[in-house]
Design a protein around this ligand. Structure first.
Ligand code: ADP
Ligand code: MG
Length: 260
């Protein structure tokens, strides 16, 4: 249903954003690069689904995520998100898109400041911050022994581990209530708690939220609706976790070693 309140020419609220992703024959070649970083990538992701990008380092996973976010520009082919190019989509629905990078940048300040990035104190909903921290498995760490949302982190406060930083990034993303969430799992933050946090956070999302994860951990890949296994810029296999397993030997071996 139409909100009825938007005026002609006014940018639309996230309410009418349908984050369906359609990629056709996508190529990306970076300026000055000899080889393309992405070659002939095609897939469809219905809204509310979870896409996991897997494959070795240099395969093109981050480039594909950047292309979805409108940062990397197609040299050929197309990406459509809700019928718009990524750049049009970001412009129109900026607030509806959240990105969690591998290395989450902290601002010097409290946990509250860091989760509600840029919002004035009286615009911040502390209950919602706690819910986001809860879903990101950071609440327990803060609730009892620290100063709660006032806990100062970063250089001048409590030092966070790589995993905790990533979890803070997840809380920040969840707090913004995105319709499209892109998450680049930290390779260095291999602690079990962070792995658990990523899967819990993804599971906590409203079923209308489209998620793209660059998945380094199999737990994340396993729950994905669509796995793209990438190598040398190409999609070598796509399907569910089990389908990709039957198609990619090294992937199957890796899963087997982890008892999956
Ligand atoms: P992944 O995330 O799977 O490790 P990337 O998408 O980061 O892979 O990289 C894919 C390829 O593109 C690699 O060969 C990488 O060296 C190259 N590449 C990535 N970013 C740039 C850039 N900004 N300029 C030139 N080449 C790049
Ligand atoms: Mg990468």
């Amino acid at each position: 249903p139409d909100s009825g309140s938007s005026q002609p020419g006014e940018s639309a609220g996230p309410g009418d954003f349908v984050p369906v992703i359609s990629v056709r024959g996508l190529n990306v070649t970076y300026p000055d690069a000899d080889e393309p970083a992405l070659i002939d990538v095609s897939f469809d992701l219905p809204p509310g689904r979870h896409l996991a990008l897997a494959g070795p380092s240099g395969a093109g996973k981050s480039t594909l995520a950047d292309a979805i976010l409108g940062v990397a520009v197609p040299t050929a082919g197309s990406i459509s998100i809700g019928g718009l190019t990524p750049r049009e989509m970001i412009k129109k629905y900026a607030g509806a898109v959240a990105y969690v990078p591998q290395t989450v940048a902290l601002i010097s300040g409290s946990v509250r400041d860091n989760v509600a990035l840029g919002l004035a104190r009286d615009a911040v909903d502390d209950d919602a911050i706690w819910r986001a921290l809860e879903s990101a498995s950071l609440a327990e760490f803060l609730r009892d022994s620290r100063d709660g949302l006032e806990t100062v982190i970063g250089e001048r406060g409590v030092k966070l581990s790589g995993g905790q930083r990533q979890r803070l990034g997840i809380a920040r993303a969840l707090y913004s209530n995105p319709r499209l969430l892109v998450l680049d799992e930290a390779t260095s933050a291999l602690d079990a708690e962070t792995e658990h946090a990523v899967t819990t956070a993804l599971a906590s999302l409203d079923s209308s939220v489209t998620t793209v994860t660059i998945a380094h951990r199999l737990a994340t890949i396993r729950s994905a609706d669509l796995v793209l296994y990438m190598e040398d810029g190409r999609v070598k296999a796509s399907g569910t976790f089990d389908e990709v397993r039957t198609m990619v030997k090294s992937f199957d071996r890796q899963a087997g070693l982890l008892g999956l």
